[in-house]
Every structure is written in structure tokens, then in C-alpha cells.
Write a protein of this length. Structure first.
Length: 368
């Protein structure tokens, strides 16, 4: 790839965001009814290539169950309000009413309450009893501490999610999580991320992960770019990680690791572009935060927003546009891609002549 000279001492390569690319129709079209949006990871099959981000504004036990019944996968934040408080309903209401700089300070106070292992187990059991696939998320820092509780509670899929996660974390003050050992010892599939480069993804795949998250998540509520100077143009990142998946498939003798785009998926067109760049599925937050039945009541935030030392996220007000079911399946009452995500994906696939997600990954794209 051609490099660009930033200055005499620094060169860089051009990378592309979803807004920079477009999907090109092929010579064939199909009826949307003939399109399948199903995918499978490990033993679990889902009708929708949608994982809900483990963010308190998006996922409660109730919304995780609802998404599971619709055919997606709800991932509960096991370090969030639902595992710190017996009933966080009033706190969610308070967060939705905060205004100005006080919002960050008050959220930092609310999230100082400790995570209660008994509540972790209780929330996961609640989702399991509803008969849907159970998924929970921990940060790398809390994984060793709570992993046994999570597995004993009957989780089906374990998500380790951070701003950026590597297979080679170095620390002189504490023993880092050994991902390869940890994943090997678990009896459940593990999805881990985020990452943004070919090499980082390849190393995560070699740990035994069933899936890799691409991106930093929480794009709409993130201020990581302005606080840390760290950002990732998602079209290039997904394509790079898809290349790592291809090469690891050869290296491992046929082991397929799923690529899940996590970040900058704000509208239905972004979902289609993510899969066109090579993703098997997407993890979304802001589209689902717009649901009238989402816990955030039209507001959206991630764990970065209440970090005790260096907040690099913010609570964003989106308002609501419809129910969770309408956002997924329509009918849409707006023309901006925030409703009927799955209907739009089906139509994008049908318009370009593809019947399933694996085929759609081969679609031509252009830089705009």
C-alpha cells in the first residue's frame, strides 16, 4: 500500500472509514425475501448478524432477552449498573436527567459501587431462563476475578472487551491476563477485542478466540480520539482483520475466527459496508440506544464515560425513534438509516445479487 509522507521523519498509509466507501451493484439482483442474514459462531446460530454492545444505555437483562428472541445476541455488561445494584432503574432515570459537566462527575460517583458477584450470576441466570443465548462482557482487568462466577452461572459466550486488547499486554506492576491460557481453560467460546490491525488481530486469533472485535466500540459516545489521540478508520480496519482471518485459516489448517465490527456502525448503511469489508457480524450501540425500550431512555454512554481517572467518553443524547423491533425490522418512519436495520441490509444484499453474508463479503466496493 502506498505510503504518504507526513513530514521528513514520519510516513503513514491512507486508511478509510465507512463514509469513505460505497458498495457497487453487480450484474445480478434478487428479491429481498430470498436473502439470508443468518450466521453462526461456534455452536450458536443467529438469524441476525447483530450483537448488542455491552453498554448500560443499551443492554439490560430485559433488552438482552428481547434481542435474543428477535434473532440477535444481547451482550450484558457484567461490570455495569445491573451487577452493582439490585435495582438500578432509578439510577438510569437519574442519568437521563443529568445536564452539563455534572453528568460525568455524577456518573463517576454512581459507578464507584462495587460489582457484586451474586448479581452477576443472577443476571445471567435471568437471561438463561428466558431461553436465549447468554452472553456477558468483562474488561481484561476484571476477567480473572469474575470469570469463574460467569462460567458457573451458565454463560454461553464470553466477551472480553476493552478500548484496545492485545495478546501481549506488558505490565511491571501486576500479572497480566494470559489470553491463550485463559481461553484454553474455558469451556465456552470467547470473543475478544478491540483491535484495529492485521498483526494484532492475528495474535488474538492465535489465542484461540472464537471471534475478534474490530474497532474500539462506543464510537458515537467515545472521545478517545480527542483524549488519547487514538482512532481507527473502520473500513480499512475491518478489511485488514479479515485478511488476518484468511491467513490464520491457512496457518491453523482450517480454523475460522469470526470478525465482528465494533464501532462506527451508526446507521443501516454502515452495517452493510462492514459486512462488505469482511465482517461476519457487527456489534452496535447507538442504533439500539435509540429504541424507546432501551435502558438509557434516549441517552447513550459507555464505560469510558465514567472512568474514575481519565474519562474518554460522553453521555450523548439521541432521543428515541421507535421500539427495538422497529429499529431492527421496521417499518421505518425516517429516511436516515436509523430504523429497519435488517430490512436495509436485506435490500442491500438483494440489490447487489447476494443471498447470504459470506457471499456478500465478496462484493466490490469503491472509494468515494
Amino acid at each position: 500500500m502506498t505510503e504518504i509522507q507526513i513530514g521528513q521523519a514520519k510516513r503513514a498509509r491512507r486508511a478509510y472509514a465507512f463514509d469513505d466507501i460505497a458498495i457497487v451493484p453487480s450484474r445480478r439482483t434478487r428479491d429481498p425475501e430470498e436473502v439470508s442474514t443468518a450466521w453462526q459462531i461456534d455452536a450458536y446460530r443467529f438469524e441476525l448478524p447483530v450483537l448488542a454492545a455491552p453498554m448500560d444505555s443499551v443492554m439490560s437483562p430485559a433488552t438482552a432477552i428481547a434481542l435474543g428472541r428477535h434473532g440477535g445476541l444481547g451482550v450484558l455488561n457484567l461490570e455495569g449498573l445491573w451487577t452493582r445494584y439490585e435495582d438500578p432503574t432509578s439510577l438510569l432515570e437519574e442519568i437521563s436527567e443529568l445536564r452539563g459537566p455534572a453528568a460525568t462527575r455524577r456518573m463517576q460517583e454512581i459507578y464507584t459501587a462495587p460489582v457484586v458477584p451474586e448479581l452477576v450470576a443472577e443476571r445471567l441466570r435471568e437471561i438463561r431462563e428466558a431461553g436465549v443465548t447468554v452472553a456477558g462482557s468483562l474488561s481484561p482487568q476484571r476477567t480473572k476475578e469474575l470469570a469463574k462466577t460467569v462460567v458457573d452461572a451458565g454463560v454461553d459466550m464470553f466477551v472480553i472487551r476493552g478500548t484496545t486488547v492485545s495478546a501481549e499486554h506488558v505490565s511491571s506492576s501486576s500479572e497480566p491476563l494470559n489470553l491463550k491460557e485463559f481461553i484454553y481453560e474455558l469451556d465456552v467460546p470467547v470473543v475478544v477485542g478491540g483491535c484495529a490491525t492485521y498483526q494484532a488481530a492475528l495474535h488474538l486469533m492465535r489465542t484461540g478466540a472464537a471471534g475478534v472485535l474490530v474497532g474500539f466500540g462506543g464510537g458515537a459516545a467515545h472521545t478517545t480520539r480527542s483524549v488519547l489521540g487514538v482512532a481507527v478508520p473502520m473500513a480499512s480496519a475491518v478489511a485488514d482483520v479479515a485478511a488476518a482471518r484468511r491467513d490464520y485459516l491457512d496457518e491453523s489448517g482450517g480454523r475460522y475466527v469470526h470478525v465482528i465490527a465494533d464501532g462506527s456502525i451508526g446507521r443501516s448503511g454502515d452495517l452493510a459496508k462492514a459486512i462488505a469489508c469482511g465482517a461476519d457480524a457487527v456489534m452496535v450501540g447507538s442504533p439500539l440506544a435509540r429504541a424507546s425500550d432501551a435502558p438509557g431512555k434516549g441517552f447513550h454512554w459507555g464505560a469510558e464515560a465514567h472512568h474514575p481517572d481519565l474519562p474518554r467518553g460522553e453521555r450523548v443524547e439521541f432521543g428515541t425513534v421507535g421500539t427495538l423491533e422497529q429499529i431492527l425490522f421496521g417499518p421505518s418512519e425516517v429516511a436516515d438509516g436509523t430504523m429497519n436495520l435488517i430490512g436495509a441490509l436485506r435490500r442491500a444484499m438483494a440489490t447487489t445479487g447476494y443471498t447470504d453474508l459470506k457471499e456478500f463479503q465478496r462484493i466490490e466496493v469503491v472509494v468515494q
